[in-house]
Write a protein of this length. Structure first.
Length: 380
């Protein structure tokens, strides 16, 4: 018993010393990770949890979460439908925008009024219902989110945002078994165009899931060490880029079978939309901008452009636009996180608005104010 006590005491002291070390790394700006909130409310928060039997991760209705990092602190709140948005009615006789997507669309790290879809709503005076969510959300889940939830809300057309940086791997079943083995996630498995929809992990419920979720929450919200381990476990998870490169870029380094799954998901979304107008836009991260600066045109942009013509939807690539808008590309992203900053959201808003006003859907800006309709689908 005496040896056990000594072991426990030394282990606690070692962990405290380790946590202090990580604390100093974070506070000195040498390590950018989530910071503990020291809040039991955050421990029990069900804001990003695998609770939906159709598409996995979602926000529990009326849940909230305080997200804290070295360069921001934002309070997220979900409405009665689980969306990070103001309360919305399902039925409406007005033109409305239904927004689907991942963390870039959800607006991780920024307040609602500075988020892309809120900027579009303010400018157009048309409701933009944001169904974006963080939690490693890919194109398979965009389709299922639309089919099972967002489609229930009255809307007129669709804007689909794709994040090449991780959407390919979020839909890769072989990769998911290695990295997301403890997650409830849907995958299209097979070969194009014959896929089976399968789910990794058999169910969503169970006391053991709740228990381990609570334990992880305690460590996440009360220690720096847990957040550092979580960060390191997912760092460099993608394969390196092509020959002569060190940084992965989804615009250049995707695999053929990954592209097939993405295209299939878009096709299924088009079928489910039943004739509604659709625009797809792709979102670059800093690594994509660096690769584009050397290679210029990207194979993904070319593939999507040709695919859009064959399937009858519009395509907007933000990569060359954000590349040329400024050479200070780091301004687009939060310095401690990598998601769009307020500036990044504003620049994306400008080009998406200009695209819609430029004639792809409407012929002039006044028509945008009265007739433009969007849905945005966009990772954490």
């Amino acid at each position: 018993m005496k040896s056990l006590k000594l072991f426990l005491i030394s282990s606690i002291i070692s962990f405290v010393m380790l946590d202090l070390g990580v604390f100093f790394l974070v506070e000195s700006g040498r390590l950018n990770i989530n910071k503990p909130t020291y809040s039991l409310r955050s421990v029990t928060s069900r804001f990003w949890v695998d609770i939906n039997e159709d598409f996995g991760v979602w926000h529990e209705p009326h849940s909230s979460y305080n997200h804290k990092k070295s360069c921001f602190e934002v309070e997220y709140e979900a409405n009665s439908h689980g969306a990070r948005d103001v309360e919305r009615l399902k039925s409406s006789d007005k033109d409305r925008v239904v927004v689907l997507g991942d963390s870039f669309v959800e607006g991780v790290g920024v307040s609602l009024e500075k988020r892309l879809t809120n900027l579009l709503e303010e400018q157009s005076k048309i409701e933009h219902l944001n169904f974006g969510t963080a939690g490693h959300f890919g194109t398979t889940q965009y389709f299922l989110m639309y089919k099972k939830l967002a489609k229930e809300f009255g809307h007129s057309s669709i804007l689909l945002g794709i994040l090449p940086n991780n959407d390919f791997y979020d839909d890769d079943y072989s990769y998911g078994k290695k990295v997301y083995f403890d997650r409830y996630r849907p995958y299209f498995v097979g070969q194009y165009p014959e896929y089976d929809l399968i789910y990794f992990k058999e169910n969503l419920s169970g006391w053991e899931l709740r228990f381990f979720s609570y334990i992880k929450g305690l460590f996440r919200e009360f220690t720096y060490t847990y957040n550092a381990i979580a960060f390191l476990s997912t760092a460099n998870r993608f394969e390196y880029g092509g020959e002569g490169t060190e940084t992965y870029s989804g615009y250049y380094d995707y695999k053929k079978d990954q592209l097939d799954v993405m295209f299939y998901s878009i096709e299924k979304l088009i079928e489910e939309a039943a004739g509604k107008k659709i625009t797809v836009f792709t979102i670059p991260v800093i690594g994509d901008l660096l690769r584009f600066d050397k290679a210029k045109s990207s194979p993904l942009s070319k593939e999507l452009k040709e695919f859009s013509k064959s399937k009858g939807f519009n395509y907007l690539d933000l990569l060359p636009l954000m590349h040329s808008h400024t050479r200070q590309w780091d301004k687009y992203y939060l310095p401690c996180d990598g998601h769009w900053s307020e500036y990044g959201n504003a620049v994306a808003f400008k080009y998406i608005k200009d695209h819609l006003q430029g004639g792809s859907w409407e012929t002039n800006s006044s028509q945008f104010h009265h007739h433009s309709r969007l849905i945005t689908v966009g990772e954490f």
